[in-house]
Ligand binder design. Structure first.
Ligand SMILES: [Zn+2]
Length: 274
């Protein structure tokens, strides 16, 4: 599932075609990601309009077209945005195609857990208002994290840092990285956290988010790099995953519904930081 940096990567892919009018809109009206869309309104609204700007929030993004047209994109598990040639023939999973003079903008989603939303109007639509704080904004403060965690005391830490209304954009690998860097066991309950540990979660979330965003290649947006060496990311999926700090064999179990990797040496179950 795309996480913060991948969403940012895909957001930039379509922006390469900004300021060019849409000639035609093609879509698969029965595809599940388009279930909420009034496709006649979408077709009418976007035809003739130009992509003006976009923003991302956590795992979601929103494209603003001229004439106050809003297109929301959630990539779900397998969604992606591409730019193809103008005469490109859509493939089976290309559910939305915007034809421009020199390119075609494609939304594809093989497993169809993604979602497209559309609205028109001067103000941002309800689904693009009241967004959770961006991990790299001043709003995502120590106090904000602490308040959020206080509201989820019964959860294991892994499940808490995956909640999108508090940790927007954090997915499975980021969550494991944050807890590993914070020396916190993923199965510990939020209620057992000390004030210092809550501060550590905030600091490591910001650090991981910042590094993850740095991996998004700005140049042409054709690829994104891997996180820095020495991160858990590089060893967590290995056959015998080893802790980058101490070389211990990583534990792997389902926590909070997701496969989770951690090091029992530097993430002990007790509430003392290593
Ligand atoms: Zn370790």
């Amino acid at each position: 599932m795309p996480e913060l940096a991948e969403v940012e990567f895909f957001r930039r892919v379509w922006m390469r075609a900004a300021s060019v009018p849409v000639l035609e809109v093609q879509l698969h009206p029965k595809a599940r990601p388009l279930r909420e869309v009034d496709y006649e309104a979408l077709r009418e609204g976007l035809t003739g309009s130009c992509l003006e700007s976009s923003s991302a929030s956590g795992k979601r993004m929103c494209y603003k077209f001229s004439g106050n047209q809003w297109l929301g994109v959630h990539l779900g598990m397998t969604g992606e945005l591409r730019v193809e040639a103008p005469g490109f023939i859509p493939l089976k999973h290309d559910h939305l195609v915007l034809r421009l003079t020199k390119s075609s903008l494609i939304f594809a989603d093989p497993r169809m857990f993604g979602r497209i939303q559309y609205a028109s109007g001067a103000d941002a639509p309800p689904w693009w208002r009241d967004l959770p704080p961006d991990l790299l904004s001043p709003k995502f403060s120590e106090a904000c994290v602490n308040d959020f965690l206080l509201r989820h005391q019964g959860l294991p830490l892994k499940a808490a840092v995956l909640l999108q209304d508090g940790f927007a954009g954090v997915g499975n690998w980021m969550a494991d990285e944050i807890l590993w860097r914070s020396h916190l066991h993923p199965q510990r309950k939020v209620a057992t956290l000390t004030a210092a540990e809550s501060v550590a979660i905030h600091a490591e979330t910001v650090a991981v988010a910042r590094e993850a965003m740095r991996t998004v290649a700005v140049e042409k947006g054709t690829t994104f790099a891997e996180p820095p060496q020495g991160w858990l990311f590089h060893t967590r999926w290995g056959k015998v995953g080893l802790c980058p700090r101490d070389g211990s064999k990583l534990r792997r179990e389902t926590v909070g519904g997701r496969t989770t990797a951690w090091c029992e040496v530097c993430q002990p179950k007790g509430n003392k930081r290593a």
